[in-house]
Design a protein around this ligand. Sequence first.
Ligand code: FPP
Length: 246
Amino acid sequence: MDLKEKIDSLRLPKHIAIIMDGNGRWAKSRGEMRVFGHQNGVESVRQTSTAAAELGVEFLTLYAFSTENWKRPKCEVDALMSLLVQTLNSELGTLMENNIRLKAIGNINKLQPDCYKQLLETMDKTSGNNRMDLILALNYSGRWEISQAAARIAAEVKAGNLDPEKINQDVFESYLETHNIPDPELLIRTSGENRISNFLLWQAAYSELYFTPKLWPDFRKDDLYEAILDYQNRERRFGMISEQIK
Ligand code: FPP
């Protein structure tokens, strides 16, 4: 039985989030420039997105560019931005064929203008698709998201539109980038690093974390299936005890 057949389709995570890491090391180990790793990471994005959609996963969020990534050498930032523009353009067919809607979270209007424009265009063209939402986290960090939510809530209170007594977790969540998106049940990070790195800090409160030594450009459909199978073998207790779950 292959890995895919072992997956219990009735207990699939609705939302999977991935920290795609290891592109630079993958390229370096081949004596290539870092950007070569990012370019090869695109095939992993394609394979993972189509595999998730085929399985019936409803939301897939990929950490593509963090607010901290601006600190990288300018040539790498520029290369990442143009790769994004190019990929959004060339992968429109894959998104349409697989009925995938593209969305984004993050401070996207601060992306380079051509990148922002291409992103809006691809989101618009795929807006009628409804098999899976592919959410790119771009110019995103969890602390940025939480602090901008707090600032917007404070402004609403100041304007007299929101009673501070009414602020609870549901209200707070409605100010996050991910409002209307369920929390990820499974969060995967590649490349052997065991950190969350400012990704979905609020939303990952109860996510099952899965770390794999695979570098992102080597990540394929079977790696996603393995992560899901591992998730399906875990017991999620949300603070309760085992007997309460059963
Ligand atoms: C982390 O590897 C990866 C990134 C910061 C960028 C991810 C981008 C892609 C996979 C390219 C295309 C993406 C889309 C959505 C079309 P790293 O550079 O930090 O690797 P290292 O830790 O080995 O240096």
